[in-house]
Design a protein around this ligand. Sequence first.
Ligand code: PNS
Length: 175
Amino acid sequence: MKTAIYPGSFDPVTNGHLDIIKRAARMFDKLIVVVLINPLKNYSFTIPERVSLLSKATAMLPNIEIDSYDGLLADYFKERPEIDVIVKGLRATSDFEYEFQMAHTNKDLNPRAETVFIPASANTTFISSSMVKQVAMFGGDLSKYVPSEIHGEISAKLTAEFAEKKRRAQLLKNK
Ligand code: PNS
């Protein structure tokens, strides 16, 4: 039995992530999708919200587990000896340098932690969580970029976040 782990921020999960999840789920007996924290990023969704969105978006896939972890991926890997390999998606050469660095760091921290890269499907190479956030915050249509089951939830949260940001900016202007 081969088990892979697909780590990410998933803030929020997009059709690009779902493409990698579906294809990795066919390659491995089990795929663990884990929400991790990149301390350098500002997140819009809480960890429970991201886990819940991922669970809804992957409900049709039988061999998926969704989890979250507040620590290093290399340590999560150590805590779950059944995991064989880390899966990452690559959209373009711009992803490569960062992902290459992370793969080497993870292997340095835990020599058992090997990474394999799956190229994004051509129709999803331009989709990213930050692009989805911008489209949603300005009221654009998200339906082509995020799974249909969660598209309303994502739009509502991001529209409200942006309205709050604008309200605060206005308050500062009026001071
Ligand atoms: O979707 P992202 O933001 O590109 O995912 C990056 C993530 C969360 C997978 C990465 O930052 C991560 O692994 N965070 C946990 C801490 C860690 O192990 N960092 C790797 C060593 S640099």
